[in-house]
Design a protein. Structure first.
Length: 308
C-alpha cells in the first residue's frame, strides 16, 4: 500500500508540474511520496511533513484504492501522459515541453513527432535526444508485449525453483495475473519471505536469464529476462504478512476493492500487510486467514476475476 500511495503522489506531482502549477504544491506531493515510502508502521498515524490535505488523500486511497484528485488530473491532461512519463529518459520537464509546444499527450503522438523530426527542433532538444527517445519507445513497445500463460508459467516456475536454492528463503510464490490463470500475462510477480532480505534480493538479481536490471532495492527488484523480454518483479515481505501480500498482489484490482468494501462494513481494514481491527492485526500470515477474517469462503485465484 505504501508504494501505491507514493506512486499516486509522484504522478500527481508530475501532472501538476506539466500543468505549470505552483512549485511549492508540486514539492509537497514529491515530499509526501518520499515520506510515505520510508514510513514505518501504520500509515493512518500522523506522519511528519504530511499536512491535512495529503493525510486525507492517504486515507482515501487506503479505503477506496483510488484518488479523486489523481483521476481529475488524468482527465484534465490525458491517460497517455502517464504512459509518456514511464518512457525511459522522460520526466515531467520534457513531457511538459512536448505538451506545451506540440500538444503531445499520447505515446503515439510522441512517436510520430520523433519520427518526423519535430522533437529535435524544440528548445534543449536535438537529433541525439530525439534518437534516444525513439530507441526508448522501441524498447517500451517490445517489453509491453503480453506473454502466453503457459510460457509465463514455465518461466515463473523456473525462477521460483531458482529462488528456493537461496538459503535465506523460507517461502516463495508467484502472484498477479499469472496466478489468476489469465491467458496472457503482462509481467511476472514473485513474492518471498525469509531470514535475509538483502541476500534474497541479491540472489533474485543473479538469475542467469536476466537481460537487464530495472530496479535493485533491499525489498523490491525488477528485471527483464531474455524470454520474450518478460519483466519479473520481486518483493520481499515479512513472514507475518506473506499471506496478506499474496492475497493483495494476486488481485485483480476490482477483487481487492470488493474485499476492502466487505472489510469496511465489518469495521476492519485490509491491505497488503494484513487484516486489522483498529490497531490489532487479526490475519495476514496465510492467505486462508485473510478469507476467514473476512468471513469468506476461500476463492481460488482464477475465480477472483468475477468479483466486482
Amino acid at each position: 500500500m505504501k508504494e501505491t500511495i507514493a506512486t499516486f503522489f509522484d504522478e500527481i506531482a508530475d501532472m501538476l508540474e506539466i500543468l505549470g502549477e505552483n512549485v511549492f504544491r508540486v514539492r509537497a506531493y514529491r515530499r509526501g511520496a518520499e515520506v510515505v515510502r520510508t514510513a514505518e508502521g501504520d500509515l493512518t498515524e500522523k506522519l511528519p511533513g504530511i499536512g491535512k490535505d495529503l493525510a486525507a488523500k492517504i486515507e482515501e486511497i487506503i479505503e477506496t484504492g483510488e484518488c479523486e484528485m489523481h483521476s481529475r488530473l488524468v482527465g484534465q491532461l490525458s491517460p497517455g501522459i502517464l504512459d509518456m512519463l514511464r518512457v525511459r529518459g522522460l520526466g515531467p520537464k520534457k513531457v511538459k515541453l512536448f505538451y506545451d509546444f506540440l500538444g503531445i499527450k499520447t505515446i503515439e503522438a510522441l512517436r510520430s513527432a520523433a519520427e518526423s523530426g519535430a522533437l529535435a527542433a524544440l528548445p534543449g532538444m536535438g537529433e541525439k535526444s530525439e534518437a534516444g527517445i525513439l530507441e526508448a519507445l522501441k524498447q517500451k513497445t517490445h517489453m509491453k508485449k503480453r506473454i502466453p500463460h503457459d510460457l509465463a508459467k514455465n518461466e515463473a516456475d523456473e525462477y521460483v525453483k531458482y529462488m528456493k536454492k537461496c538459503k535465506a528463503v523460507d517461502k516463495v510464490e508467484y502472484a498477479g495475473s499469472l496466478r489468476r490463470g489469465r491467458e496472457t500475462v503482462g509481467d511476472i510477480d514473485i513474492l518471498a519471505t525469509g531470514s535475509d532480505a538483502d541476500a534474497m534480493s541479491e540472489h533474485f538479481r543473479s538469475y542467469k536469464k536476466i537481460k537487464q536490471i530495472l530496479a535493485a532495492g533491499p525489498t523490491k527488484s525488477s528485471v527483464v529476462i531474455d524470454t520474450e523480454n518478460a519483466q519479473v518483479d520481486f518483493r520481499v515481505v515479512d513472514a507475518e504478512s506473506f499471506g496478506a501480500a499474496l492475497f493483495y498482489f494476486t488481485g485483480p484490482k476490482h477483487f481487492n476493492i470488493y474485499t476492502r468494501t466487505i472489510a469496511l462494513k465489518k469495521g476492519l481494514k485490509v491491505n497488503e500487510y494484513g487484516l486489522y481491527r483498529g490497531e490489532e492485526k487479526i490475519a495476514g500470515e496465510t492467505e486462508q486467514s485473510m478469507f476467514e477474517g473476512l468471513d469468506l469462503e476461500y476463492i481460488v485465484p482464477k475465480e477472483r476475476e468475477d468479483y466486482k
